[in-house]
Design a protein around this ligand. Structure first.
Ligand code: SF4
Length: 309
């Protein structure tokens, strides 16, 4: 349907009414806390944390700060989910510690979710044991072409989460100018086949200095984003588990001041120091990539090594 076509407005308002009536006007409030940031070797073309975009310092949120954020966020009793977000490079130990901290600090009826990089099945199982019961993990639009991540690894991670008993929410994102309708639809509908519990769509928030901004790749209008999410919601509305969740959201990332004296911060700095060593090796090889180490049996491990791309 042409974007300016009046029926586009009808789609948006119909989807809005249906979603409101299906949920009886009640929404769910979730909070996301960025627990680890810094230059990320996935190097996604749209991301402020991409290796080719930023040389910002690495940051791992100290345990005491995370504990305080979780307590303050859940104090009023209206937040039902806390999502812990990392960059792709973040070590599993950092995430496991954060999940345990959040799980202990949050009321028992608040879901602890993770929004993190690709993980091996045994890491997914560890996250479940630590207290995570939900994950956001997307096969992003343009995955593998505008990012350095392998679509196969993304889906393997989804399978690992589901196998570990963690429900997976997915997103058709980032919707940017130039992505075809076919690509958007097949990404969203494909999520049902992969076993995602819910789908959503979100528009790209343009960030200065990214590869996309240097290449002149822009954002879609708010109206176009609304039309896309509404059409996706209507396309699967009959599926009670999956179809009622297409929403448009903006991605944000947490940041904060590192409290250098806490034990959590000291441990975080040791981990970051190991990562820096690997990154230097990566730079020395030019366009090297940082790949997961595979054990002799072919099983993927939680360790990474640098190899030329
Ligand atoms: S994987 Fe995530 S943090 Fe890393 S560059 Fe891509 S969007 Fe940014």
């Amino acid at each position: 349907m042409p974007r300016g076509f009046p029926r586009a407005s009808a789609i948006i308002s119909h989807a809005h009414s249906l979603a409101l009536s299906a949920q009886e006007g009640i929404g769910e409030i979730g909070a996301q806390i960025g627990i680890a940031t810094g230059p990320c070797h996935a190097d996604c073309a749209f991301c402020a944390f991409a290796f080719s975009t930023t040389d910002a310092d690495d940051y791992v949120m100290p345990e005491d700060v995370l504990r305080r954020y979780v307590r303050e966020t859940t104090a009023a009793g209206d937040v039902s989910c806390i999502s812990l977000m990392t960059i792709n490079d973040t070590e599993i130990d950092v995430l496991l510690d954060a999940v345990r901290t959040a799980r202990a600090a949050a009321p028992s009826d608040v879901v602890i979710a993770v929004n993190t990089g690709d993980r091996a099945p045994e890491e997914c199982a560890e996250l479940r044991r630590a207290g995570a019961s939900r994950a956001y993990h997307a096969l992003r639009l343009g995955e593998g072409a505008i990012t350095w991540l392998e679509p196969r690894d993304r889906l393997e991670t989804v399978r690992g989460f589901i196998g570990a008993g963690i429900e997976v929410y997915a997103g058709t994102e980032p919707v940017y100018a130039g992505v075809s309708d076919r690509e958007i639809a097949s990404n969203y509908l494909g999520g049902m086949q992969y076993g995602f519990r819910h789908g959503s769509s979100s528009a790209m928030v343009p960030v200065g200095g990214t590869r996309f901004s240097r290449q002149g790749v822009g954002a879609v209008s708010a109206r176009r984003a609304d039309q896309i999410s509404s059409a996706l919601l209507l396309s699967t509305f009959a599926d009670r588990e999956y179809g009622r969740s297409a929403i448009t959201e903006a991605s944000t990332a947490g940041s904060g001041r590192c409290l250098r004296s806490s034990p959590g911060a000291r441990r975080g700095r040791r981990i970051i120091s190991r990562r820096r060593t690997r990154r230097r090796a990566c730079r020395a090889q030019g366009r090297g990539s940082w790949n997961r180490v595979t054990a002799g049996s072919g099983r993927r491990t939680g360790r990474y090594a640098v190899s030329a791309r």
